[in-house]
Design a protein. Sequence first.
Length: 412
Amino acid sequence: MKLTKLAFALCASVALPMAAHATDLEVTHWWTSGGEAAAVAEFAKAFDATGNKWVDGAIAGSGDVARPIIISRILGGNPMGATQLNPGKDADDLIAAGLMQDLTELATAEDWATILRPKSQMDSCTLDGKVYCVPVNLHSGQWMWTNRKVYEDAGIAPPQNWAEMIAAAPALKEKGIIPLSLAEGWPIGLLTEDLIVAIAGVDNYVAVYKDRNMEMARGPEFAAVFKAIDEARQIIDPKTVVPQWNDAVALVIQGKAAANVMGDWAGGEFAVAGMVAGKDYDCLPGLGVEPVLGTGGDVFYFPKSEDPEVTKAQLAMASMMVTKEVQVAFNLKKGSLPMRSDVDLSAANDCMKKGLEILDKGTKVFPNNSQMLDRDSLNQINDVMKEFFSDLSITPEAAQEQFAAIIEAAPK
Ligand code: GAL
């Protein structure tokens, strides 16, 4: 009895000083699917190990739902301790209003500019020479995911590119299989962009989204893209369109659908389901047309706090997120590429290896949409494409013109 009390007293005396410095930080993000939750648990575990506490503030329903909540909370004076956003322009107004913690000192001390790659992600976190966010991963949106067994059972060789997937659609439909699963909202915009990249090519995608080349946006290369999107909407039965991206991926995992176009975060779902890349499913970068890699991803911002203990904990979190161990543990679960090249990737799966190979070559690596266009314009494009998918009377030519008009009006 006495011994137990002594042991307890000893533990308390060891634990107490740590507890005195422990800080709870609420962290907002939109990682609520199976793979995403598994990945975020790695961050939480590593942050708790610093003696602080990760208070999970997951917001269900994707980035489109979470972003306005996150931004209005910070603007409204009710900030969280840390928050996920995508690299790009989303936090520019918050930084300009002086609401975000400056991470420059930490970034310099840890030499993020050298250890983190590609440079585009640090550039996205840097405004007027100051660093305001920490990039945690590289996510590319241009992948097609296919269930091999579904094709093999139908006597069809698993497609290796978009055209083969389209060609296999009628036979699958006859068997009651959804040839291409799709989710509402931004995944339709993602499919559009992926087809722009696959059909018009990376350079022309950047020419339109970044350089606002209107002749290109209205020209024949993009007309070919809208023809391809038209083909896609012809094979997709609106009744099979599901609410969330991970529902659409789940249809492929369950063998109810044959293929889905989604970012590499879909890989996290296949991993949770215990499926093996290159054996049970294929992941085809650039929809199998040409291997490409968009430099999307996730970054964390830390709203400014008056409390020095909070600031200290925020810096501890930022530092933890780029450590070698955490980079490996998090990204293996997430399906994304680590920000560091000096990590042990022996456990990388087929898809991660494909991504790393493209990254290493560097030739077909290009900016993410949010690094080129403002969020409002991106949402408008999603809306136009949603209409196009749900109303077959809209011609590809009319949709192309609506799309071009949004690009033309977008702030530079
Ligand atoms: C993206 C984010 C990814 C993934 C995806 C779907 O915005 O960068 O990490 O979470 O949304 O939720």
